[in-house]
Design a protein around this ligand. Structure first.
Ligand SMILES: NC(=O)c1ccc[n+]([C@@H]2O[C@H](COP(=O)([O-])OP(=O)(O)OC[C@H]3O[C@@H](n4cnc5c(N)ncnc54)[C@H](OP(=O)(O)O)[C@@H]3O)[C@@H](O)[C@H]2O)c1
Length: 270
């Protein structure tokens, strides 16, 4: 049976992708720094930042889904001053370069790379690192697909919980449409096996809402209300921060339903 390798298969999106591949009866190998709990997949242990284990992981692989990343902001759930100056590239650029090169040697038939909506205008160093990784895939001689996704709900949740200590929350009024990883994983798995290639439809969530509305729903579901100070950003500033509305495919799960699912003890967000 054709073998699919998932990098980042222990991450938020990667876990949802692996779940769908296994559910669909596919043979799955997960490339990870340490093995996870699933016994229904093969584990290939290695490190994208060094390339260790990658060649072995790619043996006999038909399709690669690259959902690995190193995002300090997502990991810690907050932005620090350092994030405006640099972001590590070892996984997303050098790691992607190795993955592309070794996938070519292994005669992989399809490499699907997960990326982010709005990278061309975004200015944070992490976005520039992601754009460099995406360009490597697009410039390669491989048979490739790139899917750009809007920010995930789990990240929005982490960023908003990082504001909890503030009595007043400064929140941009810019509309955007974050999305759940379950919806992105559905789209990724469909695109991995539909025979098409290239830049695929980007994916965002079902609602284009003012960020203030997302913050209010969050407060309603999770915390005693804080005062929200709406901040109006110029288009260029908003795009620079990745605050855009996606085109293309829409996910189904709303932010309110995501909050309700993850924090069932609190009343349903308005
Ligand atoms: N988060 C968002 O809002 C968002 C929005 C749009 C697109 N994306 C893209 O979607 C993809 C998945 O994002 P995510 O938020 O699900 O990521 P995540 O939860 O942070 O997971 C990252 C994954 O990459 C793995 N990884 C990190 N460093 C590695 C290394 N040196 N070698 C091998 N694996 C390594 C992690 O493994 P460990 O378990 O060992 O750490 C983990 O499985 C990424 O391409 C990201 O850019 C994310």
């Amino acid at each position: 049976m054709a073998l699919t390798l998932v990098t980042g298969g222990t991450g938020h999106l990667g876990r949802d992708i692996v779940h769908r591949l296994v559910r669909d009866g596919r043979r799955v190998r997960v490339f990870a720094r340490s093995p996870g709990a699933r016994s229904d997949v093969e584990w290939a242990i290695g490190d994208l930042a060094t390339g260790i284990g990658l060649r072995e992981a790619l043996r006999d692989v038909d399709t690669v889904i690259n959902a690995a990343t190193c995002s300090p902001i997502a990991r810690r759930g907050g932005i620090r001053p350092i994030d405006f100056f640099r972001s590590p590239s070892a996984v997303d650029v050098e790691g992607t370069e190795q993955l592309v090169s070794l996938s070519g040697e292994a005669e992989v038939r399809h490499l699907l790379h997960v990326s982010i909506v709005g990278l061309d205008e975004a200015t944070l160093p992490y976005a520039r690192v992601k754009l460099a990784g995406e360009r490597l895939v697009r410039a390669s001689a491989l048979s490739w697909s790139v899917i750009r996704a809007m920010p995930f709900y789990y990240l929005l949740d982490r960023l908003l919980s990082g504001l909890a200590w503030l009595p007043v929350w400064p929140v941009p009024t810019t509309p955007f449409n974050p999305v759940d990883t379950s919806d992105v994983a559905d789209h990724v798995v469909t695109c991995a096996f539909d025979g098409q290639r290239g830049v695929r439809a980007e994916i965002g969530g079902p609602e284009d809402l003012d960020l203030v509305a997302f913050a209010r729903q969050y407060q309603d579901a999770r915390r005693p209300p804080r005062k929200i100070l709406p901040i109006s950003l110029s288009k260029a500033k908003a795009y620079g921060m990745g605050l855009v509305v996606s085109q293309g495919v829409r996910g189904r799960l709303s932010w309110a339903d995501w909050l309700h699912r993850h924090y069932p003890e609190t009343r349903r967000a308005a």
